[in-house]
Structure formats: C-alpha cells, structure tokens
Design a protein around this ligand. Structure first.
Ligand code: UDP
Ligand code: MG
Length: 314
C-alpha cells in the first residue's frame, strides 16, 4: 500500500485540481493507496474543500491542526498516521507533478529506501530561491556525505519504517535523507518535473536559508557524534587542556630557573584560559554522554539498526 502525505497551508484553489490529477495517477497503479492531507491550520477555505473531498472518497484522509505548526510538523503527523509500506510526500500547491509518482515507485522497487525528487528545471525565482538552494544543497551534500541535488524538493518516496523512525522538529523534514544515512539507508534521486505556483502564495522567504544552515550543524552532530559526544567535546577539551598545561609548565620553568617575571605575560593568561576551557569542554562532554544515554534508554532505542537476522528465533 502507498500513502501520499500532503501538507497544506492555505491552498484552497490548488487542492481540488491536485486531488483530481492524483486520483487519475493512483487509480492507474496496481497498489492500494491512501491520500493523507494535513491541513496545517489554514485560514482560508482549505478545511471545507478537504472535508468535501473526503466525504466522497474514503481513500482521502484528513488531519487538521488547530493552528499553523509548519510543514515539518504536518509531514510528521502524516507519517505517524500513514498505513502504507511506502510513503510519498508532495506539496499541495501543484508545483510537484503527480505524474512523477510511478517513476518514484519504480525506483523504489530497485531496492532503495529513499528516492528523492530533483527539480532539475526548477520554476522558482533565481536570486531568492534557486541560488541559495544550490549553495545549501552543495554544503549539505559535502557535510553529510549524502550527495543530492535537491534536498528541498518535497516530492520524495520513503520506505515507511524509515520515515516513521524520526521525530521531526523545526524544519528538519528536508534532512531526512541525510539523517537516514545513519541507519545505512539506500538513497538515490531522480529528476522530476516542477511547475510555477499558479494559485496562492509561497509560505517562505529568504529567512529559510539561515535555518537551513543552522540545521546542517545539527544534522552533522546527530549523524556522527550522537552516540559519542564525549569524543567530540572531550577531544577538543583534551587538546586545549594539554596546550594550556604546557604553557604554564614552561612559565613555571622560567620562573624557577631564571627568576624571570612571569606575572605580566599574556602567555600566562592564555595558558589559564586554555586549561579552564579544556576542563569545561571535557565536563560538557561527560554531561552530554549522560543526556544521550537517558535519551536512548527512555526511548527504548538501540544505537544500531539490524537489517536482517538469520537462524535467530526471538
Ligand atoms: N506548508 C505547510 N505549512 C506551512 C508552510 C507551508 O503545510 O507553514 C505547505 C504548503 O501548503 C505547501 C508546502 O508546504 O504544500 C510547500 O510550501 P510552499 O509552496 O510555500 O514552499 P515553496 O514551494 O515556495 O518552497
Ligand atoms: Mg511551492
């Protein structure tokens, strides 16, 4: 079964058209399907439009938020309620094309866990959208090691167990492929079509770029150091502490053996500073270790994911 998850915030004109086009594509597939619209606290006629469609078509399911929580929260809610084995996310504004869905599914059948859409010929403004996005995609690819051209494209297919694995906060939905790498997910991309927005307005401005940059640091940390924060904090702290100690030893040596004045030397202060910073970082690392353990143990989560077990009965 396939679940389509569609976050929608003030998209009343787009939804009926999208629904008709989606239905045509999905009915032509062999698999069973459901369409989950998540109304993210719309202030226009979106709730009524969705209610009307859902009344006629039981395959259409609607989750309505009390207020606007953002696209990521909407997708998270959709994932939580999805019943399908494969989950496909797309925008409600007709910028993604339902006709690309069979292509995504075909690629999934080759054994991938995530197939990401790549808006090769993107129909958005250059300066405020395409350029920042190009730079961001390049940085994310380099930092995370998951090379994709278009992290920001909502049209993606996920194996359900991967999509449901994450608690998504902030704007993190775009980083799912990078996060999934931690579990050894097989990830690929295919070019998809993209259309200009015909009705309604875009919900984002250039401010999104800053949030994306901040999230990159978080993803890097979550991917590589989440199970060993002491190594990253403590490692840095150790070197600072060592450098500070060497400096102070050197000054002590000078004082004892040459009797030189060391009280007014900037080096003295630098040494003290490095030692203190070092101790601070090491303690932060230890505290982070404790927090991480609580995190894993309270969620009953293991720091590894098993792909398959052979000859092992539970
Ligand atoms: N969206 C949402 N909640 C929000 C903002 C956006 O559910 O707070 C939905 C919106 O309705 C659309 C999708 O997220 O279906 C992408 O938004 P938009 O088209 O404005 O982004 P852009 O294509 O301009 O990057
Ligand atoms: Mg859009």
């Amino acid at each position: 079964m396939i679940s389509i998850v569609i976050p929608a915030y003030n998209e009343e004109e787009n939804i009926p058209v999208l629904y008709e086009r989606l239905k045509k594509v999905l009915d032509s597939l062999e698999d069973d399907y459901e369409i989950i619209f998540v109304d993210d606290g719309s202030e226009d006629g979106t709730p009524e439009v969705l209610r009307e469609i859902a009344e006629k078509d039981k395959k259409v399911k609607v989750i309505r938020f009390r207020r606007n929580y953002g696209q990521t929260a909407a997708m998270y809610a959709g994932f939580e309620h999805a019943k399908g084995d494969v989950i496909i996310t797309m925008d409600a504004d007709l910028q993604n094309d339902p006709e690309d869905i069979p292509k995504l599914l075909e690629k999934m059948e080759e054994g991938y866990d995530i197939v990401s859409g790549w808006r090769k010929d993107r129909k958005d403004p250059f300066l405020s959208r395409k350029l920042p996005s190009k730079i961001a995609n390049w940085i994310i690819s380099k930092v995370t090691g998951v090379e994709l051209h278009d992290y920001g494209c909502t049209l993606k297919a996920y194996r359900a167990e991967i999509a449901k694995r994450y608690r998504l906060y902030g704007d993190m939905h775009r980083f799912l492929p990078a996060l999934a790498k931690r579990f050894g997910a097989r990830i690929t991309e295919i070019p998809v079509r993209h259309h200009p927005r015909l009705y309604g307005r875009s919900k984002y401005g250039i401010g999104r770029t800053v949030r994306v940059i901040l999230d990159i640091f978080l993803v890097k940390f979550l991917n590589e150091y989440i199970t060993k924060p002491l190594y990253i904090f403590g490692g840095a702290g150790f070197f600072l502490f060592l450098a500070g100690s060497l400096i102070e030893l050197y000054l002590t040596f000078l004082k004892l053996f040459t009797g030189a004045d060391i009280g007014d030397r900037p080096l003295l202060i630098l040494g003290v500073l490095l030692i203190l910073a070092g101790i601070q970082l090491i303690s932060t690392g230890v505290i982070a270790e404790l927090i991480i353990r609580t995190y894993y143990e309270s969620r009953g989560e293991k720091p590894y994911v098993i792909d398959e077990k052979i000859n092992m009965e539970d």
